[in-house]
Design a protein around this ligand. Sequence first.
Ligand code: CTP
Ligand code: MG
Length: 240
Amino acid sequence: MTAQLNPRGDVAVLVPAAGAGVRLGPGRPKALRLLAGEPLLVHAVRRVATASVRSIVVAAPAAEVAEVRELLAPIAPVTVVAGGETRQDSVACALAAVPADVEIILVHDAARALVPPELVESVAAAIRAGAPAAVPVLPVVDTIKRVSAEGVVTATVDRAELRSVQTPQGFRRAVLTAAHAAGSDALTDDAGLVEQQGVPVTCVPGSEFALKVTRPFDLALAEHLLTVAPEPVAPRTLIA
Ligand code: CTP
Ligand code: MG
């Protein structure tokens, strides 16, 4: 059944989905790779659309825009635009297509296909509560070491002050727009651009279900997670 978006909502979600998925190995663009028989992007959009959002804009690989439009039509009313060379370019393309009167913008990787809708809600809530930017984070579980180019450990980093950062990342619209207009460095997330502008970024508890499918192991793990928690809203997934 096609999801209904919330016409009175204050949140637009941008879904960068134009990457190749090189680390996943040869095959279709990552967002179109199958997880339990459906493309990663379908899982991601279905979950995002379960949250209370006003608009969803997907940045698809340029050659697959028509295919992605057709694929998502039965899932939710989404706008599909062509993405760019880098993730940052793809987010900028999607940002340009957001309805004018939406004040909160979330950016969510298609590769984080199993994002719990409650995580989308909690990031949006942090912005609504006054944060200019908010990111979901998880504590780092491994010991982290700095290593030289020769493969020799040079330092052990204090894990207590480290976090793994996920998406959706949320922003006041003006904050994200200004950061994208000013940003030049190639960064792997949008909060990084905002940090460069000196804007504080608030952390909210992340979810292990929002893992990014990057390598084949992640696809296998996501497949398993779907069998243990098939519903979009999994209980107690947020971890401080
Ligand atoms: N992305 C995008 N446009 C790009 C590159 C990435 O929209 N030019 C998106 C991906 O589709 C993904 C998200 O950004 O949903 C996170 O990127 P990543 O996990 O690195 O995906 P890929 O770039 O596709 O993977 P790889 O780096 O292994 O090629
Ligand atoms: Mg990439």
